[in-house]
Design a protein around this ligand. Sequence first.
Ligand code: FAD
Length: 442
Amino acid sequence: MHVHRVVVIGGGFGGLQAVHKLRHELVDVTLVDRQNFHLFQPLTYQVATGALSPGEIAYPLRTIFKRAHNVRVLLAEVADFDLDHRELQLHPVASIPAPESIAYDTLIIAGGSHYSYFGHDEWSEAAPEVKSLESALGVRSRILSAFEAAEAEPDPERRAAWLTFAVVGGGPTGVEMAGQIAELARDTLPHEFRTIDSRMGRILLIEAVDRLLTSFPPSLSEKALESLQGLGVTPMLRSTVVDVDEHGVTVEPAGGPSERIPARTIIWAAGVEASNMAARLGELTGAEVDRAGRVSVEPDLTLPGHPEVFALGDMVRVRRPDGSVLTLPGVAPVAMQQGRYAAEVVRARLRGAPSRPFHYLDKGNLATIGRGSAVADIKRLELSGVIAWLTWLLVHLWYLVGFQNRILVFIRWSFSFATHGRGARLITDPAAEAAAREPAAR
Ligand SMILES: Cc1cc2nc3c(=O)[nH]c(=O)nc-3n(C[C@H](O)[C@H](O)[C@H](O)COP(=O)(O)OP(=O)(O)OC[C@H]3O[C@@H](n4cnc5c(N)ncnc54)[C@H](O)[C@@H]3O)c2cc1C
């Protein structure tokens, strides 16, 4: 008997939900990912600031599905699609052998997104982001080694540059990063250095528009701004970054002359771009691709002319039944609901049942700023301060994959709350760190 073969690309938020929903169905599921773990991206910034360890926010895909006997996990990178022959071309990851291709009856693609440097990819070396575990660990080494370098630097100007941290982008990740660096400098490090006072560090949060957290109501943006200022962060609104290198950032304030800010640690948290797979699917099917690289899918999340291929999550926009195109926020709940929806459509089809168009249920928006401080916009209920922070903690613990991780993170957060400590403050690859900074230093 031919068992229906479902291939899911991406073990992120969307793909994981799709596989989860199909694990008891009479289908063969293959989950293809180029990494062997699911990463809880909403907490990577805590790895980047030493609050959490990598293993606490990532979980092996094989472990997640070890009891789902119809699910196979395949470590490989998807290189291309042969939609006519219903096949994927694969590349090995880090020389680990993988099949060259894999066939499917249904394909679910959830490849996510990456940060966009707005046409300046050369800035990525000097201004890394915190989307992947590897980059978060790189940022952690940079932040911590900047304090070490400042401690050893006799020249006041150069020391000030080491103690200046510029975060680019005032969305949730930028706000969270700036808040965490401020807490690190003010609460965790002060008694550990002998020459420098880590509290003298400048933390800049650079945002091009006139408020932070534009996906929240203006009143909550204002609250977030005040909380950040209370932590010692300097928000620079209406300021566009026009150049970045290893020694600093050049900023152009609206209507003013550009300003060069010496800063040895720059973190990029501005703008995302869909996985390259989205553009390729647009090319192959004629589906529209927007400026952020997202491909437009039909109301049931399939590609035009290919009802057997679903695409979802950060890499898509969705066509409404009336033909207009809806851009949903690039957040985990969208990807998760879409993953579950795609699996439900597959199940319905196998039973010969009809399915309705995808509908997103918006449960709200959360962002944390620091200890006891967050903002939440939940169905027009605007929360800030401790209540919002507790909501944020509960929601993140709830969605974190793996019971063990939930317990570990809960203990870690409780301990940090009581002691202001950060247990994962390790500079793990100082040689690579120095090499990354070297070219511009010459
Ligand atoms: C720093 C940061 C903080 C965030 N904070 C929040 C938050 O607080 N709340 C919130 O709701 N959302 C947050 N988000 C957004 C959220 O993480 C994304 O919206 C969500 O991950 C999208 O899910 P996805 O399934 O589309 O993609 P992802 O979760 O990114 O998964 C994509 C998967 O596809 C795999 N993949 C990609 N290309 C290939 C390929 N060619 N071959 C094989 N595998 C491939 C990747 O390895 C990855 O596992 C944050 C994002 C970032 C970067």
